[in-house]
Design a protein around this ligand. Structure first.
Ligand SMILES: [Mg+2]
Length: 221
């Protein structure tokens, strides 16, 4: 059996799946709780979201519902989401070479529900969620937890958010890859940011990431 000395560490939202699909899934769930025509209502909610309206304020007023209830449904429903194209193939293909981990910010239950829905839980050797560890990216603690859990020689981090994903990983000597927004990310990418926040590599798709990771790891930097 080969020893896995390499780690592939992943952000979750808008890196492994489109976060807008989580929002849509939550809207479907909420609409199904309160309307006899959930398809129509969730479509209306999505249109309001894109128009910059306060969707929950509107629902709360029309349906006489507590906003806290809506937020609970949003955060704790079991989401219907799927991985970006080529993620599953890439992770399966590289599983003999790499250990996998996720570093994500958010609530424990919400993020774990997402990992479960995406079928990733069993693949991951370490899961670091901000609510569980008590700090958010770019806190060093979140990255060091992965290093303690994995004990690898080389770390590669894939994320999408230049403000917080890469700066600490770079300080720790990890190789960083930014998955470029294909137009629907919840947090827009701003590449005019200080050099220390920029990823070492910017790639357009998981197919490109897979090709990149498949080359000799000694050449990766
Ligand atoms: Mg992200």
């Amino acid at each position: 059996m080969t020893t896995k000395v390499k780690a592939l560490v992943l952000d979750l939202d808008d890196t492994l799946y489109a976060e807008i699909k989580y929002l849509q899934s939550a809207y479907h769930f909420i609409a199904a709780q309160i309307s006899a025509q959930p398809q129509q209502l969730s479509a209306k909610m999505l249109a309001e979201y894109y128009a910059g309206e306060n969707v929950f304020e509107n629902i709360s007023r029309v349906y006489q519902l507590d906003k806290a209830k809506l937020l609970d449904w949003y955060r704790f429903h079991k989401p219907d989401i799927t991985l970006f194209q080529d993620v599953a193939e890439t992770l399966n293909h590289l599983a003999t070479e790499y250990k996998y981990a996720v570093i994500t910010d958010g609530r424990s239950e919400t993020q774990r529900n997402k990992l479960q829905a995406l079928g990733l839980t069993d693949l991951l050797s370490s899961i670091v969620i901000s609510e569980e560890i008590g700090s958010e990216k770019p806190s060093t603690a979140n990255y060091e937890k992965v290093m303690r859990d994995l004990q690898c020689e080389q770390y590669i981090y894939v994320g999408d958010n230049l403000k917080k994903d890469f700066v600490t990983a770079k300080c720790l000597g990890w190789t960083t890859i930014c998955l470029k927004d294909q137009g629907q990310n919840i947090h827009k990418q701003n590449f005019s940011i200080a050099e220390e926040y920029q990823a070492d590599h910017c790639l357009n798709s998981w197919q490109e990431i897979r090709n990149f990771l498949s080359i000799d790891s000694n050449k990766i930097k």
